[in-house]
Every structure is written in C-alpha cells, then in structure tokens.
Design a protein around this ligand. Structure first.
Ligand SMILES: NC(=O)c1ccc[n+]([C@@H]2O[C@H](COP(=O)([O-])OP(=O)(O)OC[C@H]3O[C@@H](n4cnc5c(N)ncnc54)[C@H](O)[C@@H]3O)[C@@H](O)[C@H]2O)c1
Length: 398
C-alpha cells in the first residue's frame, strides 16, 4: 500500500481550527504532523501556534501553499473562502480538508446583500457552478478532498447505518434538526460571508446525515445512491418580529443582517420516501443535534447532542469551576445533560481519522466533495422554494 505523508497546514485559527487540532491529536496509528498555521491576523495565528505547539506561523496563505513539506491543507475559514482556497490548494497539489458547507452564493463579496435583486434561482445556479468547479479542480489535480460533515462520522449515525444494513430495510422517513441560540461568529450573520442563514449553515448537517443514510441504502439495494428529487421549504426571521425586538433581556443571539434564523424543508427522494429537516438559531437550552430514522423494520433515534450519557445537578454553577458542560447551554446550574466527551459524540475524532486514513491510503473519504455539492443543491433548492412558494424539482441537478 502506498502511504502518503500527512503534514498539515491549518488555514484559520478560530473555533473550528481549535477542535480540528485537538482531534488530530486523537487520530490513532497514523504518523501525522501539524506543521503550521496562517490566519487573517498574524497575532491570532501566532497565539494559536503557541497554544497548540505548532512550529510555523505563515504570514500568508500563499506562503503556506508554497511550503513543499505541507501535503494537506485544512480550511477552517469562513464559507466564502472555501471555493477560492480549494481551487488554489488543488492546483498546488495539496490534499484538502474543508469545513462545511462546501460553498455558496456570496455576491461580489463587497456589499451586504440586504435588499438584493438577485433571485434565489440565480444564487442556486451560481453556487452550484462554484461547487462543480471545486469537484472538477479536485479531480483534475488528482488530490483528495475531505468534506467536513461531522454528522456522517458521528458514532450514532454510523451505528444507524450499520443497523439499517443488517436487513432488507427501507428508510421511509427521516426527521432531523440542528438548532441552537445563535452562532458565535459574526461571519454567519451576513450572506456575503456565509452564503445563507440557518437553513443552510445549520441545515447542512442534518441534510448531510440524511443524504449519507439514503445514499448508503441505495448503494446496498441498487448499486447507486437514492438521490433527492424535490424539496419544499419555508424560512423566517423570528428575531426580527416586534415582540422579540422589544424585549429587554435576550438570551437568543440577534443581529442577523440578511440571513434567516429559522428554516424547514421537506425533501422527497427518488424512491418517494421523505426527510423533514429543521434548522434554527432561536432555540435555548443548548445545541439540538438529533436525527430519527423511521424505517420499515426499525426506529433509530440518534441523539448526537444532547444525550443522557451523563446527568449532573449543581445548585449553582460556581460549584463547577471552569468545567465545560455542553455546547451553548445558557446556564450550567440545575440538572444538566452533561456531555462527557462532546467531540466524540460529534464524530470529530472519527472524521479526522477517516480523512487522514483516506489521504494516507489514497482512498475516498466517507464524506466527499460530491456529497457537499449535493447538500448545497438541496439547501439552495430549498431557498428557491421558500422564495416562490413552490416545490422545486432537483432531478436535473442530481
Ligand atoms: N462542523 C462544525 O460543527 C462546525 C462548527 C463551527 C464552524 N464550522 C465551519 O468552520 C468554518 C470556520 O468557522 P469558525 O467558527 O471556525 O469561524 P471563526 O470566526 O471562529 O474562525 C475563522 C478563522 O478564519 C480566519 N480567516 C478569515 N479570513 C481569512 C483569510 N482571508 N485568510 C486566512 N484566514 C482567514 C480567521 O482569522 C479565523 O481564524 C466555517 O465554514 C463554519 O461553517 C463547522
């Protein structure tokens, strides 16, 4: 077996770069090295390198790409940079690990898209063109692209897939949601950086887990994926309504410029089965990452987060010192669905292990650029539906 060296250059030094570096440390049996980092500011890259014991801080992305020792670039940057950096990395012959979502429509990048004239269909076509160019650049340059959809790798989703594979089982309906009280990142609040609101940026996770399970069912039954054929959707801006705006104390994040904070879609697949997906930035009580499969022979509920792996009670949160409880809980006091290893339940160590093994051995990862592209098509199709009020036929795009 031909083993490629894994020498990683991190692009980005924020939230996702942190959980990536922490979870590379949990990849077993592969000789990997995180050589260095670059970020928008030299200060944050330097601080990140010091915290995580990385030897090199690159002044620019170009300097990182020019380092021949780097074989893999890890894109932990805002969504609007996934496309240009993927093209650049592929052309430099680097393997790519890229955070979700794949790409999107970002306008000319210069101005807010508030009050825009651009229709959602124009956005869909431009975003899909960019995604297809990414697929093409990866193929043309013979590099491996690993799409960072951790729901594919979450142990509960993998176990669901195993259970469904044991018998002649039909997934009839999936209901899945990712919601919390609002992103920490200001990039998420403006379409020109994020390429969408909750429906895309959060919804890409449950859509990703859902497509992965249906694609695998199709491979088992017909030797090809069962693909989405249409989508209907609604979106809303619930933090813009008057009664919420007028409240004095707020726990839910505000400030969404031109991105929706709630969205829901129904996907119909080639085999006429369905998935109901919801995503939002208006839910208190910590992150909700849940997916339930109703199949012909089983019900499988994947409680990625929260789950009852551990319950804790404290009368106030001082008792806990600086203990981490769970993503985005507003309080740590009282009874808590404490997560003893949130990264593990999220599938982060599994994801990076699969990616490093895929690159080292020259095999495809479980979560591919093509999967990222299809997730984009479903979510942008959902935006057309939310705008027009009509069901959107996806078959010609799949
Ligand atoms: N899988 C998940 O659960 C998950 C969770 C959070 C974020 N993400 C994804 O990770 C990506 C980054 O989000 P984040 O939360 O880490 O954001 P962040 O704001 O915490 O960090 C973004 C980083 O990108 C760097 N950056 C910005 N512009 C740059 C440029 N031109 N050149 C080099 N570096 C630049 C910034 O310096 C910063 O270090 C997004 O695509 C997001 O969707 C995924």
């Amino acid at each position: 077996m031909n083993i490629n060296p894994i020498v990683i250059g991190m692009i980005g030094a924020g939230f996702s770069a942190t959980f990536h570096v922490e979870n590379y440390r949990r990849v077993p049996g592969i000789d990997l090295r995180i050589k260095g980092v670059t970020a928008r500011s030299q200060e944050s890259a330097t601080a990140f390198a010091a915290e995580h014991n990385l030897e090199t801080v690159y002044p620019t992305v170009e300097a990182l790409f020019a380092d021949d020792e780097i074989t893999v670039v890890d894109l932990c940057v805002p969504n609007y940079l996934h496309y240009p950096l993927t093209i650049q990395a592929a052309e430099a012959g680097k393997h790519i690990i890229c955070e979700k979502p794949l790409t999107g429509y970002f306008g000319d990048g210069g101005e807010t898209l508030v009050g825009r004239e651009t229709s959602r269909r124009t956005m869909f076509e431009a975003a899909l063109k960019a995604a297809d160019e990414m697929v093409d650049a990866v193929k043309r340059n013979g590099v491996t692209f690993c799409y960072g959809e951790n729901w594919v790798h979450a142990p509960s989703i993998q176990k669901a897939n195993d259970i469904l594979a044991q018998s002649d089982n039909t997934i009839l309906r999936i209901i899945a949601e990712e919601s919390h009280s609002g992103s920490h990142s200001d990039y998420a609040k403006e379409w020109r950086y994020s390429g969408g609101g909750a429906l895309y940026n959060k919804g890409c996770h449950p859509v990703g887990g859902t497509l992965y399970l249906k694609y695998n069912e199709g491979q088992r039954k017909y030797g090809k994926p069962i693909k989405p054929k249409s989508v209907v959707a609604e979106v809303a801006n619930l933090t813009h309504i008057e009664s919420f705006v007028n409240e004095d104390e707020k726990w839910i994040k505000e400030g969404w410029k031109d991105c929706e904070d709630w969205g829901s879609m129904i996907i119909t697949f080639d085999d006429d089965t369905i998935a109901q997906i919801t995503a939002s930035d208006i839910v208190l009580g910590g992150i909700q990452n849940v997916l339930t499969v109703y199949s012909s022979k089983a019900v499988v509920q994947c409680n990625i987060n929260p789950n009852t792996g551990m319950l804790t009670y404290t009368p106030n949160d001082h008792v806990l010192g600086d203990t981490y409880i769970r993503e985005k809980v507003e309080t740590r006091a009282g009874w808590q669905l404490t997560n003893p290893d949130e990264d593990w339940m999220n599938g982060f160590p599994h994801e990076l292990t699969d990616f490093c093994e895929a690159i080292a051995c020259g095999r495809p990862p479980k979560s591919t650029v093509e999967l990222g592209r299809d997730i984009l098509a479903v979510c942008y199709g959902a935006y057309i539906s939310a705008e027009t009020g009509e069901r959107v036929d996806l078959s010609e795009w799949m």
